[in-house]
Write a protein that binds this ligand. Structure first.
Ligand code: SF4
Length: 191
């Protein structure tokens, strides 16, 4: 084999880079969607946003097959033991995304029955802001975890410390359509 053929067909790299490339390209989310944020989570997996581009579209409802928990929506005191149980059953290494204001802080539900931030009871790696966050923002949160995996060594044994990364919104809000009066007695919306 001549050297040119060799250069075109052989790739040298480090074992940890190959292992981490495979790990970050095959995150298996465990959706814990309790409210409206769950709809945006579903939209993220839809054809428009196509989460499979990031290798994370295989939502698993069996915790032992999942390594990325996405908590989307408010969590009540009654639900928290269930959430903790599911988290404990997931395989290591595992990550947690807190999606939306309710999961991260309780949101507008400042009530005794609503958990005022899931990080009081379990580790959170990435906080995705918004009410609800747009799919792009959730994807940014997943990419933040991918970047961390890329830069890790080989999978660490035992438990990791939570990363606690806060994602910034990736879009600029624009004004809502303004009603337009035509002829003084009819109203239509800009499109
Ligand atoms: S953050 Fe907003 S959109 Fe998400 S669950 Fe709470 S109220 Fe619903």
């Amino acid at each position: 084999m001549d050297t040119q053929t060799l250069a075109d067909n052989v790739l040298t790299t480090q074992l940890k880079k190959v292992v981490n490339w495979a790990r970050r390209s095959s995150l298996w989310p465990m959706p814990f969607a309790t409210a409206c944020c769950g709809i945006e989570l579903m939209a993220t997996a839809s054809s428009r946003y196509d989460l499979s581009r990031f290798g994370a579209e295989a939502m698993r409802f069996s915790p032992r097959q999942a390594d990325l928990m996405i908590v989307a929506g408010r969590v009540t005191i009654k639900m928290m033991p269930v959430l903790q149980h599911i988290y404990q059953q997931m395989c290591e290494p595992k990550w947690v995304i807190s999606m939306g204001a309710c999961a991260s802080t309780g949101g507008v539900f400042d009530a005794y029955a609503t958990i005022q931030g899931i990080d009081q009871f379990m580790p959170v790696d990435v906080y995705v802001p918004g009410c609800p966050p747009r799919p792009e923002t959730l994807i940014e949160g997943i990419m933040a975890i991918q970047r961390i995996i890329d830069n890790e060594g080989l999978p660490p044994a035992g438990k990791r410390r939570p990363l606690a990364i806060a994602i910034e919104t990736s879009y600029k809000p624009t004004a809502q359509p303004v009603p337009l009066t035509i002829g003084g007695n009819r109203s239509v919306n800009h499109v």
